[in-house]
Design a binder for this molecule. Sequence first.
Ligand SMILES: [Zn+2]
Length: 68
Amino acid sequence: MAKYYVNNSAQVNGDHEVHKDGCYWLTLVHSKKDLGYHSNCKSAVLEAKKTYMKSNGCIHCSKDCHTS
Ligand SMILES: [Zn+2]
C-alpha cells in the first residue's frame, strides 16, 4: 500500500495529477489533497475523480495510470 495525493491545482490541460507519496514532483505541488492508502494508482485515480473529474496519474510515479 502506498499513500497517494492529488494536486489541487490543474495542469494546463485541465488534468489534476495524482502522485504517489515520495514522488519528486509532489514536492513542487503547492496544494494537495490526501487520497489515503491505495494498493495501486488505479484506485487512487478513482478516488481523486470523486473530487476532480479530470484526474490523471503522474507520468513519473504513476505511469500505468497516465493517459494523454
Ligand atoms: Zn508523481
